[in-house]
Design a protein around this ligand. Structure first.
Ligand code: ATP
Length: 357
């Protein structure tokens, strides 16, 4: 069942900035859902419009069975955690966490008991009397989460909640947040511009560009089968090779190299058609000696990524990237061959994936 349903949601800011453009989206009960996209694509606006902190210009927001489009934030049954946590600096941890209950006019004893319970669940027991300024970034984040949880909302909205943490804490917080969400089973919408974070944590991801959703899918779906060139170039820690190509004689010719057509594109493309051949560096097998169906060129760059290296081949002026495991790295200026795994290759036509669906 959908807990959040957006229909034709549009937000135009003064100055004619169309931050959300007739967007449709359904988020299921208990889902951990990530909104991912480059800066300015409308992620925060989407979250704030669901929370009621921005008014929709057109379209509707439903939470459960209720149309909340015109309801005040306090009446929407959502808890929001902001990027900067927005804790009250003059209040103790307990009072910060209990704040939403105070707004709901819950009695002091009851709200302190509830705050203590949530604080314990988040490992904040020893810090209840402190003020936010006396806490680490990670602890402040937990207080912000605890405050959002205290009122037991139906939906959590998290706006880049990990962005203020250093790299190590961020990894810890990721695991913690994912585990917590699983345990609570609360429908959670999570904004991030960090694709690794979205891939690691979310049940499903919506990839946004300029106020629209370009693809919705599980992390595996958006990684393996990006629906368009935009998503293909945005997702993946090493960007996908996207090479201008042409269908020719039952094959596809990319960077002067005839390659087998990806199976799912067979019958859907015509001879002479201009396409883009997409394959991730992870799915190219590198060889230092000649092999068939391979991109062949001069090694231009070798970047050490730790347990693997990213090798860039110059294939007739087109740069092709391949990930090479430890020990197999070539030297710059050597000749190299890289065979794309056809079952992992994708064809794009006019920017969209060519497939049988
Ligand atoms: P980031 O990752 O940088 O936070 P975002 O994807 O969350 O970006 P939004 O903050 O939703 O993007 O902004 C979407 C667009 O709306 C941007 O072009 C932004 O400049 C514009 N915008 C946001 N808030 C306002 C506002 N209050 N008034 C006018 N324009 C705004």
């Amino acid at each position: 069942m959908a807990v959040i349903t957006l229909r034709g949601l549009t937000k135009v800011y003064p100055g004619d900035v169309r931050a959300l453009d007739a967007l449709d989206l359904e988020i299921a009960d208990g889902e951990f859902f990530a909104l991912l996209g480059p800066s300015g694509c409308g992620k925060t606006t989407l979250l704030r419009t669901v929370a009621g902190l921005e008014t929709a210009t057109a379209g509707s927001v439903r939470i459960g069975e209720t149309d909340v489009t015109r309801l005040a934030p306090g009446r929407r049954d959502v808890g929001m955690v902001f990027q900067d946590y927005a804790l009250f600096p003059h209040m103790s941890v307990t009072d910060n966490i209990a704040y939403p209950l105070r707004i709901k006019k819950t009695g002091k004893e009851e709200r302190h008991a509830a705050a203590a319970e949530v604080a314990a669940a988040l490992g904040l027991d020893g810090l209840l009397a402190r003020r936010p300024g006396e806490l680490s970034g990670g602890q402040q984040q937990r207080v912000a989460l605890a405050r959002a949880m205290a009122a037991r909302p139906r939906v959590f909205l998290l706006d880049e909640p990990l962005s203020n943490l250093d790299a190590r804490l961020r990894l810890e917080a990721r695991t913690f947040l994912k585990k917590l969400q699983r345990e609570l089973g609360v429908t959670t919408v999570f904004v991030t511009h960090d694709q690794a974070e979205a891939l690691a944590m979310a049940d499903r991801i919506a990839v946004m560009e300029a106020g629209r959703i370009r693809q919705i899918g599980t992390p595996a779906e958006v990684f393996r089968r990006p629906a368009n060139v935009f998503v293909a170039s945005f997702i993946g820690s090493t960007p996908m090779n996207l090479i201008d190509a042409r269908v020719r004689g039952g094959q596809v010719e990319a960077a002067g190299t005839p390659l087998p057509l990806p199976a799912e594109a067979r019958g859907l493309v015509t001879d002479g058609q201009a396409v883009v051949y997409g394959v991730r560096p992870d799915y190219l097998d590198y060889s230092a000696s000649p092999v068939d169906d391979a991109f062949s060129g001069r090694v231009a760059v070798v970047e050490n990524l730790g347990s693997s290296s990213l090798v860039t081949l110059d294939v007739e002026g087109v740069l092709v990237h391949a990930l090479v495991g430890e020990g197999g790295e070539p030297e710059p200026d050597e000749r190299g061959w890289a065979v794309p795994r056809t079952e992992r290759a994708l064809l794009y036509s006019d920017g969209d994936l060519v497939n049988g669906n």
